[in-house]
Ligand binder design. Structure first.
Ligand code: PFF
Length: 439
């Protein structure tokens, strides 16, 4: 396939790219996963390690993925095969497509819960519920398998519907408008949460690091969370990079997206922990945290019905802009490598994911394995191979050329190269091996 296929879809402008890439990054990972993983891993200390990983490893990996995608103008599998013909690097693409299936499966289940909470909010069924009652409500949702499956498949169907329309008219159109609205509602939630009685304990939990809590497991969780939240290590960003025009800045895109993503995660923490402590709920209660704590806040707010409903609608949308990026990885692979038509590719990919999603909805151990295996193993491993590829395999000229293709000098290039050649590979490898107990 030629590198300049005229029909190749692309984002129309800078805001469109950032909205779509930030739309992929910002999702359930920030609002559902980040707070509960932080809660289970020691609070403030986890936050510090997390921030360090985003900055030192996340941003350089994101730039690397963008430049691979834009240079190759192909899906993640095709990109590596084109840039390193005859070598095994395309396996990163195989891993990426596999990870996309696993993540999308359990992600759709959580998004399904979110949809159910839209329904509960709409029918005002959460009003007047006690904190204990909120826990029960959440457990019921998980236990009622048919219900879970119904919402999971509905969510996947919506994802497939958007992806099937392509980049510009599908993905870009929706993300541009909805992401700013989500930020606004989180800010409103924060105001209510931090003014609850007993809120300061939650802020202390989030911002006062207790270094004795940092273990190799905590560090691996932070690395996995950073990769998951930024959507890196598996080819989403390679795929989106292939839709970015040469005149756009890759460094600027990576930085804006990473900052926006981190901001939303931290703000979600600020909305959730003060309320969790104010309502006497354990910060380490796991995946139910957001579904239990936030409805409690809504019950304490003037206009709680309205804000609750709006919040879950927006959370569903944030999930949707992430799930479409996951499905797009598979669809780009199916259309370009297996030569399937876009529509057919979309429905086949969604069908396979639907089956995996049903398994996750029925079996929480499978759900957990999909989650941990993809976040803590596949994504960091993908990230490790990607930085080695850019730092050591394709030579120093191409990355620089691609980064500076927008006509501006990248003054940070030497620092970037140093990180992806030495710092990032060593850090990822160490965390990884230590977290797995291999060293
Ligand atoms: N980054 C998304 C989130 O935080 O919700 C989830 C995700 C999307 C992970 C795309 C990985 C990915 F490739």
């Amino acid at each position: 396939m030629s590198s300049n296929t005229p029909s190749r879809d692309s984002f129309t402008n800078k805001f469109g790219i950032i909205a779509a890439a930030a739309g992929s990054a910002i999702g359930l990972g920030n609002i559902w996963r980040f707070p509960y993983v932080l809660g289970e891993n020691g609070g403030g200390a986890f936050l510090l390690v997390y921030l360090a990983f985003v900055l030192i490893i996340g941003v350089p990996v994101m730039i690397s993925e963008l430049l691979i995608g834009r240079r190759a103008q192909l899906n993640v599998f095709g990109a590596f095969r084109k840039l390193a013909p005859g070598q095994f690097w395309y396996l990163i693409g195989v891993m990426g497509v596999g990870a996309a299936f696993l993540i999308l499966a359990f992600y759709s289940v959580v998004a399904g819960w979110t949809l159910h909470y839209v329904y509960l909010s709409l029918t005002n069924s959460l009003a007047g519920n006690t904190p204990g009652g909120m826990i029960e409500t959440f457990e019921n949702v998980q236990a009622t398998k048919g219900l879970s499956v119904f919402w999971t498949l509905l969510f996947l169907g919506a994802t497939a519907y958007i992806v099937r329309s392509g980049i510009e008219k599908g993905i870009e159109k929706y993300t541009k408008v909805l992401m700013p609205l989500l930020l606004l509602i989180i800010l409103i939630l924060i105001v209510r949460s931090v003014t609850l009685e007993g809120a300061s304990e939650g802020l202390a939990f989030l911002f006062n690091p207790d270094f004795s809590k940092i273990t190799s497991d905590v560090v691996l969780e932070a690395l996995g969370q950073a990769f998951f939240s930024l959507s890196i290590g598996m080819g989403v960003i390679v795929t989106y990079g292939s839709y970015i025009k040469k005149s756009e800045s890759l460094g600027g895109t990576a930085l804006s997206v990473s900052l926006a993503d981190t901001l939303i995660a931290v703000l979600a923490g600020v909305a959730i922990f003060p309320a969790a402590f104010a309502f006497d709920m354990a910060p380490n209660q796991g995946p139910g945290l957001v579904f239990i704590t936030l409805p409690n806040i809504f019950n304490q707010m003037v206009g709680g019905y309205f804000f609750g409903l709006l919040f879950f609608v927006l959370l569903t949308i944030a999930a949707l802009t992430s799930s479409i990026s996951l499905l797009e990885v598979v669809v780009a692979y199916f259309t370009e490598e297996l030569k399937l038509k876009r529509k057919r590719a979309t429905w086949i990919a969604a069908g396979i994911t639907g089956i995996l999603g049903i398994v996750c909805a029925f079996n929480s151990s499978v759900f957990n394995v999909f989650d941990k295996f993809s976040s803590n193993i596949l994504l960091p491993l993908g990230g490790l191979l990607i930085v080695i590829f850019v730092g050591w395999v394709i030579g120093p000229t191409m990355p620089r050329e691609e980064i500076e293709a927008d006509g501006r000098k990248a003054h940070y290039y030497k620092g970037f190269l140093f990180i992806i050649k030495f710092v990032a590979p060593v850090a990822i490898a160490l965390v990884f091996l230590k977290g797995l107990g291999w060293i």
